[in-house]
Ligand binder design. Structure first.
Ligand code: HEC
Length: 129
């Protein structure tokens, strides 16, 4: 009888330690996954995902809005601040006539963190290279 209890206790302990090991591994995995994403990829995800920028901005040509290549060329030439524009601290310099269309997006853009805005800038700068 005692042997059986001992056996059960051992099995119990083994299962418990296995479970906690598994949990530990999962946390580590999530941790690295979060770190591995570069600013470029984060920006790309926002541009094509929740920011919906891609609906109006293609990379290399004009659609509803100017292409990212055109926007970034003008921003570079004028040494303008893209983040300031996205934070509505600076007005439009690319196509002020159609600014009303771009303006509708600030409701979403306002919800982005500084890190997300930086990532958008990194993506828009590097994707045209
Ligand atoms: C509904 C269509 C639409 C969507 C969606 C959209 N834009 Fe625009 N965007 C425009 C139009 C039209 C312009 C041209 C007007 C202007 O220059 O502001 C523009 C201009 C811009 C400019 C140049 C601003 C300047 O100085 O003139 C930037 C930068 C920009 N968009 C970034 C973004 C980003 C980032 C997103 C996603 C978070 C986005 N846009 C989503 C339509 C859109």
């Amino acid at each position: 009888m005692q042997k059986i209890i001992l056996l059960l206790a051992t099995i119990g302990l083994l299962t418990m330690s296995c479970q906690s090991e598994k949990k530990e591994k999962e946390t580590i995995k999530i941790g690295t996954k979060k770190k591995e994403i570069s600013s470029f990829d984060q920006g790309k995800n926002i541009f094509n995902g929740k920011g919906k920028c891609y609906t109006c901005h293609k990379i290399d040509r004009k659609s509803i809005g100017p292409g990212v290549d055109e926007i970034m060329k003008i921003y570079k030439e004028k040494d303008a601040d893209l983040i300031a524009f996205l934070k509505q601290d600076a007005g439009p310099i690319v196509d002020p006539q159609t600014y009303v269309v771009m303006k509708t997006n600030f409701a979403i853009i306002k919800t982005f963190t500084d890190e997300e805005l930086d990532a958008l800038e990194v993506y828009m700068t590097e994707v045209i290279k």
